[in-house]
Every structure is written in structure tokens, then in C-alpha cells.
Ligand binder design. Structure first.
Ligand SMILES: C[S@@+](CC[C@H](N)C(=O)[O-])C[C@H]1O[C@@H](n2cnc3c(N)ncnc32)[C@H](O)[C@@H]1O
Length: 263
């Protein structure tokens, strides 16, 4: 009997040890163990197959997973753009689908900038920017203690000297960087607008803010109006520079990035 594979399927890790994350359609769920065995047979580096149990949830944006096959230990070193990221997908957010976007942002960073990354996770944006651009200083704020631990280890592993880690809530910690940053990244699409005032406060005159949102094309006008409103209340003048559709998120919905210049 032929078995249709999982509807989507990611591999995180490297050639020695990786974890496969599968999403199995309901009608295929009775074959889940066989699907997992097939994935491990085809990809010898996959030591564990995890099935997505829930959508990403909570403040830390992580899912519940079920181990379908293999080891309990799901910590891996993922390699992206020549950088190494130690992480456990059960404990922290990570998406290798965003690697191209990280490179795009790194290529827009100019020499000697101070770059602030809200919601820094295990340090993906800070480390890629540190390695691919010539920033003066990169600050990453992250609230999940497990992500912060990995972030610290990843900085050491990649020998980055210009990154400062701040553990805690952006809404409390960002104020220490008032008017100090040339570029602010906001990779938390569900809630980024809630933190825009904090980003505007960090921004020097002439700074860029990269805000990520989930939206349909016909919602962009409304999102921009909300952003203008927040900027007005913060007493900041802004202009919209660019909109980029980063990844499809759902039917008609994009994870998109709006680039804003603070005047
Ligand atoms: C969508 S993930 C992005 C992680 C990382 N930038 C990446 O691309 O891999 C959002 C991250 O923000 C963190 N987070 C959520 N709310 C936060 C807050 N108020 N302050 C600091 N970090 C927060 C979560 O723990 C999570 O690691």
C-alpha cells in the first residue's frame, strides 16, 4: 500500500544529527509511525521525528510536539549561512524557513550601525548580522530563559564580539536604549504593533524600523494607519519605505515586513 507523506516537513540540524518536524494530515494519522520510520530511513541524519501537536502559542511562540520515533534528546546544531545555532525546537522558537530573510536584513545594515533586535530568540538575526555586516553593536532582547541560554552559547560558538544580550521583556528593557539605535527589528508578527512605541523610542533620527506583521494585502492600508497613529502619539515622524511579503502564512495571508524610516 502506498502511504502519502506528511503534508509538510522540516529538518533542523546538520549532517550528523537532525530532527524532522512533520505535520500529518488527519486522515493519515493512523500511519504516523510508519511515516516517521520512512523519514528516518530516507534521512539517516534524522535521529528524532517530532509531530506538530499545536500551533505556535504563548509568549515564547513554541508548539507542543509528540515524539513519533527516535531519541528523546532533540537538541541540535543547525547551520545557516555558515553560522551555527544550538537549539532544542521543543524549548525555543526557530524557523529555518526565515534564513533568506535574515540575509536580506543583514545586507541592508550599514557600517558602524547600532542594531536592536527585539524578540531575538536563540540569536539568529543578531549572529547573522554580526557575521555578514559591519555593525558597531548589536543588541538582542529575549524573554524565554532557554532561548537566552542558547543565544549565549551561540554567540560563543560563532565567536561574535559585538552582541549584547538582554534577558527580559522588551516593554521593560528597551527603554534603556532610548534614542541609541540606527535600526530596530521587530520579528514578532502577532504582536509587533504592541511594541512599536518602544521601537520608536529606541530609534535615532534617520533610523529604520523593520516590523513584521501577518496580514492580507487588503489589510495593509489599515496596518499603516495604525502605525501612523502610534507614531503620532509617540511624537515621531515616519515614512514608509517598503513592504515585502516574506513568507505565505495562510490562505491569502502573508508574513510581511514593513520598513519604516524615522525622520
Ligand atoms: C517569533 S519568535 C522570533 C525569534 C527569532 N527572532 C527568530 O527569528 O528566530 C519571537 C521571540 O520573541 C520572544 N518574546 C515574545 N514576547 C517577548 C517580549 N515581550 N520581550 C522579549 N521577548 C519576547 C519569544 O520568546 C520568542 O523567542
Amino acid at each position: 500500500m502506498s502511504i502519502k507523506g506528511p503534508s509538510s516537513f522540516d529538518i533542523i540540524g546538520n549532517r550528523e544529527k537532525a530532527v524532522a518536524i512533520v505535520e500529518i494530515q488527519k486522515e493519515m494519522s493512523r500511519y504516523r509511525k510508519r511515516i516517521a520510520a520512512a523519514v528516518m530511513k530516507q534521512h539517516k541524519n534524522v535521529k528524532t521525528v517530532l509531530e506538530k501537536g499545536t500551533p505556535r502559542k504563548g509568549v515564547y511562540r513554541i508548539r507542543d510536539y509528540k515524539i513519533l520515533a527516535g531519541d528523546q534528546n532533540t537538541e541540535v546544531v543547525h547551520i545557516e549561512s555558515g553560522c551555527h545555532f544550538l537549539l532544542d525546537p521543543k524549548k525555543v522558537y526557530f524557523s529555518q524557513r526565515e534564513g533568506t530573510e535574515r540575509l536580506r536584513i543583514a545586507s541592508s545594515v550599514k557600517n558602524n550601525e547600532t542594531v536592536m533586535i527585539f524578540f531575538a530568540g536563540v540569536g539568529t538575526f543578531p549572529i547573522i548580522i554580526s557575521k555578514k555586516a559591519d555593525a558597531e553593536k548589536i543588541i538582542g532582547i529575549e524573554i524565554n530563559p532557554d532561548a537566552v541560554d542558547y543565544f549565549k552559547k551561540n554567540i560563543q560558538m560563532n565567536k561574535c564580539l559585538n552582541i549584547e544580550i538582554v534577558e527580559g521583556d522588551v516593554s521593560k528593557k528597551a527603554a534603556e536604549y532610548s534614542n541609541l539605535c540606527d535600526r530596530i527589528l521587530m520579528p514578532l508578527p502577532e504582536k509587533a504593533l504592541d511594541y512599536l512605541a518602544a521601537a520608536l523610542d529606541c530609534a535615532k533620527s534617520g533610523a529604520f524600523i523593520h516590523i513584521y506583521l501577518f496580514a492580507a494585502e487588503d489589510e495593509v492600508k489599515n496596518k499603516k494607519a495604525q502605525i501612523r497613529n502610534i507614531a503620532k502619539k509617540a511624537g515621531k515622524k515616519i515614512s514608509f519605505v517598503r513592504k515585502t511579503n516574506v513568507l505565505p502564512y495562510g490562505p491569502g495571508i502573508w508574513k510581511m515586513r514593513l520598513d519604516i524610516k524615522v525622520i
